[in-house]
Write a protein that binds this ligand. Structure first.
Ligand SMILES: [Zn+2]
Length: 312
């Protein structure tokens, strides 16, 4: 079954790890061989600039990750750069779509032109923050009561103008509720249910319902601390509990996957430690859901969502 995965951090690793080979480097969870074995049809590649990078070097670091995307990911014949969502319907057998996203606007500072350059480079999904405050908004490690900053409103306008999907993962609560009526297209690319795992990176029932009311979706994340707190080991069954909770809350049409592979070392869910193990999750889901329902969560729901992007 084809899978669309909304979040991995392999670009950051490709720039950091010496001589990392996207084809089959065992240090990479979402390398090409793993994506193929897991039947991942579309992978979103996040540009993630670590907070420890000095502000004046952040944009260069983002550019380095885009360079790695071109020279190490897209250089493989199977990979197709998705710059228009309609390409998702045109992928041939054996081809894998590759989408660029930006995990937090820290690297643009207060310069809208830098965001425009990233959009020109093909970024299709943008998160306003990582965990910390930036010029745009406040992340989940900040006070939940602080909202979107004036520059953030300019950022949202630019995203809307170019039909870029706004990603609310990592955004604090006040910011989350403020962007819902402002963003044209909205998604939570890698979050779970806070009712089951009380972590600020997860969304409350109220947030999840509001997100879906505004046409958004929630893609579950495999990072163990967001699945179950205080556990020695995390299993696929633990993740299934989130999926079951969410399907009851908002339906299979609004749920997908955003693994966070390559962003969770050294932790992982048992038997779901890299992209090649996706079939273990799919097989587990097929015990509780029909094939159509699993397909909806694995890829069709997101495809239906993006086919509407840019229409109106
Ligand atoms: Zn993240």
């Amino acid at each position: 079954m084809d899978i669309i995965d909304l979040h991995c951090d392999v670009l950051e690793k490709l720039t950091r790890l010496e001589e990392a080979d996207f084809q089959n480097d065992g240090r990479l969870h979402a390398n090409l061989n793993h994506l193929k074995a897991g039947k991942v049809k579309v992978q979103v590649f996040a540009i993630f600039v670590h907070p420890s990078v000095p502000q004046k070097e952040k944009f260069l670091e983002a550019a380095r990750q885009i360079e790695a995307f071109h020279t190490k990911v897209l250089s493989k014949t199977e990979m197709v750069h998705i710059t228009d969502w309609r390409q998702l319907d045109e992928l041939k057998e054996g081809e894998i779509g590759a989408v660029l996203s930006l995990e937090g606007c820290d690297c643009i500072g207060d310069d809208l032109e830098k965001l425009q350059l990233l959009i020109n480079a093909g970024v299709k999904i943008v998160g306003l923050t990582w965990n910390d405050e930036n010029t745009v908004a406040y992340g989940t490690s900040e006070l939940p009561s602080k909202g979107i900053k004036p520059f953030g409103h300019k950022v949202i306008q630019l995203l809307n103008k170019h039909d870029i999907i706004l990603d609310v993962a990592h955004l604090n609560e006040q910011g989350f509720y403020e962007v819902l009526p402002l963003a044209k297209h909205i998604i939570a690319s890698h979050c779970n249910a806070r009712s089951l795992c009380n972590h600020p990176r997860n969304l409350t029932d109220g947030q999840i319902k509001a997100l879906v009311q505004y046409g958004g979706r929630i893609h579950v994340v495999f990072y163990p601390p967001f699945v179950e707190q205080d556990k020695e080991s995390t299993t696929i069954n633990n993740l299934l509990q989130h999926i079951q909770y969410l399907t009851t809350l908002v339906g299979v049409e609004s749920i997908g996957f955003g693994s966070d592979f390559d962003g969770m070392d050294p932790l992982s869910i048992e038997k779901l430690s890299n992209a090649s193990e996706y079939p273990n999750l799919i097989n587990a889901l097929l015990k509780s859901y029909s094939t159509d329902e699993v397909l909806m969560m694995a890829s069709k729901g997101f495809k239906d969502f993006v086919m509407e992007v840019g229409k109106a």
